[in-house]
Structure formats: C-alpha cells, structure tokens
Write a new protein. Sequence first.
Length: 295
Amino acid sequence: MELRPLRALVEVVRHGGFSQAAKVVFATQPTVSKAVRQLEDEIGMPLLDRQAQPPQLTEAGEIVYRRALKMLAERDDLYAELDELRGLRRGVLRLGLPPLGSSTLFAPMFARFRGRYPHIEISLLEHGGHRLEEMVMAGDIELAASLRPDSDNFDWQPVAREPLLALLPADHAHARAASVGLEQLRASPFILFETGFALNRIIQDACQRAGFAPAIAARSGQIDFIVALVSAGLGVAFLPRVKAEEERHAGVALVPLRDARTDWEMGLVWRRGGYLSPAAQAWLALAREMHPDTA
C-alpha cells in the first residue's frame, strides 16, 4: 500500500473536500479523487460517503484514516531521524500553543530559547487543546501545550497547575462568597470557550459528576470578550487563577471553584513512542528548568 493515496484520503477528510485537498497536496482534484478511488479498489470497500457534504468516512474509512495518520507520522519520523543522521545543524521546532495561558507561561521561554539556540527556527501554530492533540498525532507538530490528556497515545510533561476561578457578575448571589461549587451555579447560564478548547472538558466533566448539564449562553475564543459578557450579566465563566487575575474587571467577581478535579494542569504533550527532534528535546529541557516545581 502506497502512502500517496493515504495522504490524499487524510487531506480530503481534514479539509472537507477533494478540491481543498488538491491544493494542499499540489495536485488536481481529479488526481486526488482517483487516488482515493484506487485505495478503495485496493481495499475492496468504500472509504468515503461522497453524497454527504462534506464527504464523510464510512466505517472502513474510519479504520483506514486512523491507520493512515500513524503511517504518515511514522514516515515523518523516518525523515527526521535521517536528517539528524546526515548531521543537520539547523533544526526546526514545530510547536503548538493554545490561546489560553500561553502568553504567561511560554513567552518567557521563547526569549530564553532564542538566546540559547539562535539558529533553531520555531514553527508555531495556535489552536485549542483538542485540535493541537490531533495535530500531534498526525505529525503536523512535535510538541503541543495542552491540558493533561485522557488518551494513552501521548506522553506529557507538566508545566503549571492552577485552580480554576469562577467569573461571576458583580450582582450574582455568590459574588461575595469565599468559594463556590458548580452545583451552586447550575441555575446560571455558562459562557464557555469555543469547541476545541480543552478547558471546556474540565467544566463539563465536573458538571456531569455533579449531576447536571449546564445551559450554555455563549461560546468564544476571546478571553476579554468572555469577561465582558460576564460583566454584562449574560452568565458565568471560568478561568485559571493566573489568567483570571490578569483579566480583572470591575463588573466581575473572581470566586475560587471548590469542586474536586477541576485544577487547570497545563503541560507539553507529544506522541508516545514518536521521535522528538533535538530542538523539541531542548524545549522540554528548558521547560523543566524554568518550571521546576512541576517537573
């Protein structure tokens, strides 16, 4: 089985169609369609439901797609190791960071890393934690900052642990409380981050343990806008302490959340068993040096 048609299938799924995938692989749409069709012929089963928009994976397609991601990532590992064997002196750190907390935790690391390794190029992508984990598994990036992962597919190095604070409108019944539980907030609409932000998982899992599903008033990827929505009385939100205190607002009360297993644990993740470049290993070592209390 060749990797080229597997890559075609992966890009069709990632980008939601054959024409979009063709741009990524620098081919024509008929070429991409033919590659996927040849793969289906080889396997003897349809891999895509082409009547759906965008095309959807069949059950067989799910299996092939999952395996294709691993095979393509292994190919990237092969090339990376061969480059190192050839004596590659100028490396690239392929890193993913989420919007939440990165400026506080990782901006100082960038300055020190650049000072030590001026010839290492940093290729940085910014997405929510769930999307970054997918990109690590696909081999698009080596390392990502994310909350402690649930999957055994990843290794994880802690960087910071912070309690969550509830952001409440100033006139909320619990705005002056010393702490608050999610059960006490179940009647309030929740303002969450956009889908793909790992912080949502902490809140929603804790609500499930408390026996309720929160009513969601809004979602946003912008912290300042979420704070403004809370101030306007639209609902309640949640941030790690370090970020909540940076975003203090006169119309918002910050109240510690006392529910168990709601700490915000940020760390660096990479694919278990995958190859890490010298640049990635240097970044992990610097993180241990600058955040020794969590190492």
